[in-house]
Structure formats: C-alpha cells, structure tokens
Design a protein around this ligand. Structure first.
Ligand code: 1CP
Length: 363
C-alpha cells in the first residue's frame, strides 16, 4: 500500500499564461502544451520507463511519474505540465485488471459483459485504490516549484466505458453500441457510476494540487448527434457541474475534448466548461466564429504536421494563430496526441513558433 504524501506549500505561479488564456484574460503570447507531451517520442522517457518496468509501474511510482512529467518541460518552454498517468486508472481501480499486451495497447482481464458485471462495480476511493495518482499529483506540484500550472485529467464516462466493454482498444465499437441500443438501461447505470467516479477523482486531483482539469472524450465522435448527447455529453455535463471550480484562491478551469466533436461545439460549450478542445478536422476560425467569447479554445494542429520540415511547421502554426485572431482565449495544442516517432526537435520548433508568432495578436 502506498503512503500518503502530504500536500506541500504551494508557491506562486511564475508563468500563468495557460490559466490566464483559459480565463480569457490578457496574455503576452499564446500559451502552448502538447497532448501526450511525456511519452515514447522522448528517449529519456523510454529510459525512465525501462527503470520502472511496465507502464502501470511507472504510473504507480510517484517519483518516476513526476520525472517523466517534467522531462518535456526541460526540453521545451511549455506553458503547462500534465500529470503523467492514464485514463484507464479508474476502470483498473474498479477491478477490471488493466494490463498492456506488448505492441497492442491496453486490455482488461475482466471486461464488462452484462448487468451483473455493472452491478458489482463500486466508486473507487481516490485516496484509496487511486492514491498513487494523488501522490503523483502532490509530488509533481512540489517539484514544479511554481514554474507552470499542472493539468489533471480523466477520460469521459463514454470513452472509459468503450475500453471497459470492448475489453481494450476498438475500431468499430460493436460491443458497446450493442449494449447502448439493445440494453440502454445497463449502459446508463455504468455511465452514472463512471460519472460519479470521474467527479470524485478529478476533485481529489484538484485538492492534491491540479490547477486545471481536462476530460478526454476520445471516442465520443463515433456516435450520432443524438446518441452523443445521450451517452457522452450528458455525463460530461454532470461531471462539470460537480467539480470544484475554485481552489487556492484561483479559478480551476475545465477543458472538454471530444475527438471528432467539431459538429457539436455549441453543445459542448453549453455544459458550463471553460474551454473546448479541438481536433484538427475543424477550422479554428470557424470554431471561434461559432463559439464567440463563450469559452476558450484549445488546439488544433494535426499532430502529423510534426513530421514536416521546420518551415512548414512554422507556417502551419502561423495559419492557426491567424485563424483564431486577436486577443486571449486560445491555448495552442495539437489536435490529438503527439506521435511516438516524431523527432523531438520538431516538437521544439512547434512550441517556439507558437511563442514567436503569437506576440502580434496580444497587444
Ligand atoms: O509507454 C508506453 O508504452 C505507454 C503508452 C502510454 C502513455 C505514454 C499510455 C498507454 N498512456 C500514456 C500516458 C497518457 N495517457 C497521458 C499522459 C500525459 C501526457 O499527455 O503527457 C494521457 C493524458 C493519457 C490519456 C489517454 N490514455 C487517452 C486520452 C487521450 C488520447 O490520446 O486520446 C486514451 C484514449 C488513453 C488510453 C491509452 N493508454 C495507453 C495507450 C497506448 C492508449 C490508447 C489506446 C487506443 O488507441 O485505444
């Protein structure tokens, strides 16, 4: 059993651009971070992971999880750190027994197949089965020494349920859709339990020191518009209304990201979140025109653009900055996670270009 690590004194933030942009307050340059910024494209990540053994052992070791969280910040002038963990910690804590098959991604030994499986599931205690995550948050917060804010995160109930019911990654989502359309009451019971679990998990991350939280709805975009509202958005909205929105005397902004959710921006923005994450399939100019000043926007360069030469990356960053236009409310990011074979130098070009080219939009 891991030991509780106490909360430490929280030094004032030296760089708060990321939080200011989410609050639409003036900034000097557009803040930037990268989804999956800690990971296998960095040789130092691979080295630390080898020390830990497998991926979950890395997540469960607060010092090593902290180390890999900080690695990208040592290389690039990123404006935020993101907790090193995974969205599948919650289903694992619910007893599904997460494991990683070499080269095949996540799998569960005990996937959900029927009502009895759903009825068995409880709400994990964030300072119990998931205390290793909170210990990582506390350790990272201590080691960041106020340099940049720390982002906490969770998967959305729908996205977590896809892994729990499919038993791992999926392409067609037939098992969960079969449950959604043939036995919707069972799926709704699961989604309710997940919404309660995510709410208490994120609130515990905030209490432990996360200064902003993000919900990853990676698979909401595989649903029809009506089904998206019924099976995904409704539950994210419930989470947003249950979150601690202020801590340490400052707002704790919430970002919702539905991959392929560009059609539903207005509905996502209406949940009460502070920011909507965009993938690259929507033009950010159009997104801003549709959303106005209701919420901030995060995104949205195609992660594959990082394979391009430096000049092309810079040009694309410039186009996206111009698309968003003048003023605060934009957090630059990739439209999804960085690919594992991207040369780290290219990520550096991306981050530097955002800072260099965005000055003109913040006068
Ligand atoms: O080292 C390894 O081999 C493990 C690869 C890996 C990593 C680096 C996994 C397994 N998870 C992570 C870390 C991770 N996962 C972070 C860390 C913080 C950072 O961004 O630096 C975050 C935020 C996640 C979130 C996550 N995990 C999502 C949502 C975001 C997204 O990319 O859409 C999802 C869907 C997962 C599931 C998962 N975990 C790991 C993999 C390879 C996957 C994806 C499987 C699939 O494609 O279905």
């Amino acid at each position: 059993m891991s030991q509780n690590i106490p909360n430490v004194d929280k030094p004032a933030l030296k760089n708060d651009r990321y939080l200011r942009a989410l609050e639409k307050k003036p900034v000097d340059v557009t803040p930037v971070w990268m989804m999956r910024q800690a990971g296998r494209y960095l040789p130092e990540y691979k080295a630390t992971r080898a020390v830990a053994g497998d991926f979950m052992s890395l997540c469960k070791n607060a010092e090593l999880a902290c180390e890999v969280t900080l690695q990208p910040l040592r290389r690039f002038p990123l404006d935020a750190a993101i907790l090193f963990s995974d969205i599948l910690t919650i289903p694992d804590a619910m007893g599904l027994e997460l494991y990683f098959e070499a080269g095949e991604g996540p799998r569960f030994k005990k996937p959900i197949t029927c009502k009895a499986d759903v009825d068995k599931i409880g709400i994990p205690d964030p300072e119990g089965e998931l205390q290793y995550v909170m210990n990582a948050v506390r350790t990272i917060r201590r080691e960041l020494k106020g340099d940049v804010p720390l982002i906490g995160f969770s998967g959305s109930p729908w996205t977590l349920a896809t892994y729990m019911i499919e038993g791992g990654s999926s392409k067609a989502f037939t098992k969960i859709k079969k449950m959604a359309f043939a036995e919707p009451a069972i799926l709704h019971t699961l989604l309710e339990k997940l919404a309660d679990s995510v709410t208490s998990y994120l609130n515990a991350q905030i209490a432990a020191g996360a200064q902003s939280v993000m919900i990853f709805d990676t698979w909401g975009g595989v649903l029809s518009p009506r089904d998206y509202k019924e099976f995904s958005l409704q539950y994210m909205e419930r989470i947003v209304s249950g979150l601690t929105r202020e801590n340490e005397g400052r707002k704790v902004p919430v970002t919702l990201f539905t991959k392929n959710g560009g059609m539903w921006l207005e509905s996502i923005a209406a949940t009460g979140c502070d920011a909507v994450g965009l993938d690259w399939t929507i033009d950010i100019k159009e997104a801003r025109a549709r959303i106005g000043d209701k919420v901030a926007l995060q995104g949205n360069m195609d992660p594959s653009m990082l394979y391009a030469p430096a000049q092309r990356i810079e040009e694309e960053v410039g186009t996206i900055l111009k698309g968003y236009g003048e003023g605060s409310g934009h957090v630059f990011n990739l439209g999804h996670g960085i690919h594992l074979d991207v040369p780290p130098e290219n990520a550096g070009v991306f981050v530097d270009s955002v800072h260099k080219l965005s000055k003109q939009y913040h006068k």
